[in-house]
Ligand binder design. Structure first.
Ligand code: NI
Length: 149
């Protein structure tokens, strides 16, 4: 049986022991930096987000886009799209916003949107862990289980 830090944690009785172990786990989890290009080099498929970071119940996801996504909205989550490479066209029902590398756009909950990538676009997404990529729509583009890289 694997006895890792999570199992050990429940057996610790003193606050000092728990604090020590919590600090140990924080060190294990967060003291490595993440190179975005290196993460993006690990996959080549489109519209299949990978989890590259986690904080405060949010995921940081890396994803490559090419072509049109589907119209959808998210009932409960705002989404942030940070463009790393290429030009993202974020279509709304009343306008289109072009987002360039080094720029981001936040789509508020409830707002219909359709990402469009005429050429290949690489982005980071910031959104709650529970967010489904196709929001209120389920189709062949829906990804319920995401790989962590
Ligand atoms: Ni969305």
């Amino acid at each position: 049986m694997y006895v890792g830090p999570l199992n050990v944690y429940s057996r610790l009785t003193t606050q000092r022991d728990r604090t020590t172990l919590t600090l140990y786990r924080i060190n294990l989890k967060t003291m490595d930096k993440v190179n975005i290009s290196e993460k993006l080099s690990q996959f080549n498929d489109f519209y299949n987000p990978r989890i590259v970071g986690e904080l405060n119940g949010q995921y940081v996801k890396a994803v490559k886009l090419k072509g049109e996504f589907v119209w959808h909205h998210h009932d409960n989550e705002d989404e942030l799209f940070l463009v790393i490479k290429g030009k993202l066209k974020m279509e709304f029902r009343d306008k289109i916003v072009e987002v360039m590398p080094g720029e981001f756009i936040i789509v508020p909950k409830g707002v219909e949107h359709k990402p469009v990538a005429e050429d290949e676009v690489h982005i980071l997404l910031f959104e709650p862990a529970a967010t489904l990529n196709t929001g209120n729509v389920e189709n062949e583009r829906t990804r319920k289980v995401l790989e962590k890289i």
